[in-house]
Design a protein around this ligand. Structure first.
Ligand code: UDP
Ligand code: MG
Length: 239
């Protein structure tokens, strides 16, 4: 098993089936991957759909949260239970293009050694103007305060080694800070331009104002973490 694709979903019942089909098409003829969908306690029938989809798809694995715990916790559950050494994350609403998974893998294979996060940068955002504007401001402020030199940390498509992710500090909303958290450990971050599409169906799970409200607390928390760096270095053993 080379790759685990981890998809957090909360009320994405109209999106999940077409998305799985697209992933299978994009990755054919590879057969070295699994798909882990983490259902973050959906209330719209997503879990019943996943049960049915699983019956015809041996490579699909489903984790059910017993309460809604948020996108980051859904990712953490998926990565913990993944069987491959490399993880790709993807949003469950179809905004990321599964064909970009192969572009991230290509970038990884051409990258220097060591631990790398390969993160998507959305080329043409397909969100409404309020979200585009608030996201641009948030990225500027975050980039300035954290100095993480990354233009778009909110993009859902990323590729990283499973073990590296498990060594990061884990907290709710951490998924928006992966470049800064990887750099904090002394690891590399590689940006790859990716496509972006309108949501296939359903609605966004984040409003502008709650994003801003929790965003300020998260920024302060990550600023503190960066002042307490914790680089992972190889230890020498005395035989
Ligand atoms: N999500 C989740 N739990 C939550 C909120 C969101 O698993 O509590 C999932 C959601 O279903 C989607 C992904 O996280 O697959 C990104 O959410 P969304 O598309 O609403 O965010 P946006 O693109 O609007 O920033
Ligand atoms: Mg989305």
């Amino acid at each position: 098993m080379e790759l685990s694709i981890v998809i957090p979903v909360y009320n994405e019942s109209d999106n999940i089936s077409p998305l799985l089909r697209e992933i299978e098409q994009a990755l054919a003829p590879r057969d070295d991957y699994e798909i882990i969908v983490v259902d973050d306690c959906s209330t719209d029938g997503t879990s019943a759909q996943l049960q049915a989809l699983r019956r015809e798809r041996p490579r699909l694995r489903v984790i059910l949260h017993s309460e809604n715990r948020g996108q980051s916790m859904a990712l953490i559950s998926g990565v913990r239970n993944a069987r491959a050494d490399w993880i790709t994350t993807l949003d469950g609403d179809g905004q990321n293009d599964p064909a970009d998974i192969l572009r991230l893998i290509q970038a990884r294979d051409g990258a220097p050694g060591g631990i790398n996060l390969i993160a998507g940068i959305r080329r043409r955002r397909q969100d409404d103007w309020v979200k585009r504007l608030s996201s641009r401001i948030a990225n500027r402020v975050r980039g300035g305060l954290l100095g993480d030199r990354f233009p778009d940390t909110g993009c859902g498509i990323k590729l990283f080694p499973r073990q590296a992710f498990l060594e990061l500090p884990h907290f709710d909303h951490m998924h928006r800070f992966l470049p800064a958290l990887f750099r904090r450990q002394g690891w590399n971050v590689i940006g790859v331009e990716v496509g972006h599409r309108p949501r296939m169906a359903g609605t966004s799970k984040y409003g502008t104002f709650d994003r801003l409200r929790v965003g300020v607390v998260d920024l302060l928390g990550v600023m503190w973490l960066l002042r307490r760096p914790c680089e992972v270095r190889t230890e020498e053993w005395i035989e």
